[in-house]
Design a protein around this ligand. Structure first.
Ligand SMILES: [Cu+2]
Length: 181
């Protein structure tokens, strides 16, 4: 058994530490979670993308519906705009580090590239999950999806081949969601 005075001092110290950690989390103003609505070229609701901040990574869950059957690329693009029908205003891939496209590209990858495609089945629905350590919700970080006024999440007509610069041969943009803080 510890002497009573030391035991009490330890408890006070622990409590102070917990308070400091709480205060720090608040001051960074980092949202823990963000849900983004996705729409197709004709304005149809095609589901959501949910971004959840983890300790050292960002988790992205896409829950899609009303999309064409097939395999579709998903990227984070650099402008927080989704003007239908072609979504060209979303700009190129989010690329603060000035790299080339593709998770399998030796000169890559963009921060907006994701390690997989979205597969849409016969019911025109599909889900996919990504956990990446090169994106964050922390608003002041260079690799934040809120950087420079925000970004967008874009779903393409075709699969990403994970290597062809700058687009992964993913074809047209068929759905988009604006990512803002
Ligand atoms: Cu894209």
């Amino acid at each position: 058994m510890l002497p009573k005075r030391i035991a009490i001092a330890s408890i006070v110290f622990l409590a102070a530490g917990m308070f400091a950690a709480t205060a720090q989390a608040k001051s960074s103003e980092k949202p823990a979670k963000l849900v983004v609505a996705l729409h197709s070229s004709d304005g149809t609701d095609v589901g959501t993308a949910t971004f959840t901040e983890k300790k050292k990574s960002l988790h992205i869950h896409i829950d899609a519906k009303n999309l064409p059957v097939g395999t579709h690329a998903v990227h984070i693009h650099q402008v927080a705009k989704c003007d239908a029908p072609d979504f060209k205003t979303a700009g190129g891939h989010f690329n603060p580090d000035g790299k080339k496209h593709g998770m399998n590209n030796p000169l890559g990858h963009h921060n907006g590239d994701l390690p997989g495609n979205l597969v849409i089945g016969e019911t025109h629905t599909g889900t996919v999950d990504f956990t990446v350590n090169y994106l964050t919700l922390a608003p002041d970080a260079a690799n934040s999806i809120f950087a420079n006024g925000g970004t967008s999440i874009v779903i393409h007509d075709h699969a990403d081949d994970m290597v062809t610069d700058p687009t992964g041969n993913a074809g047209n943009r068929i759905a988009c969601g604006v990512i803002i803080q």
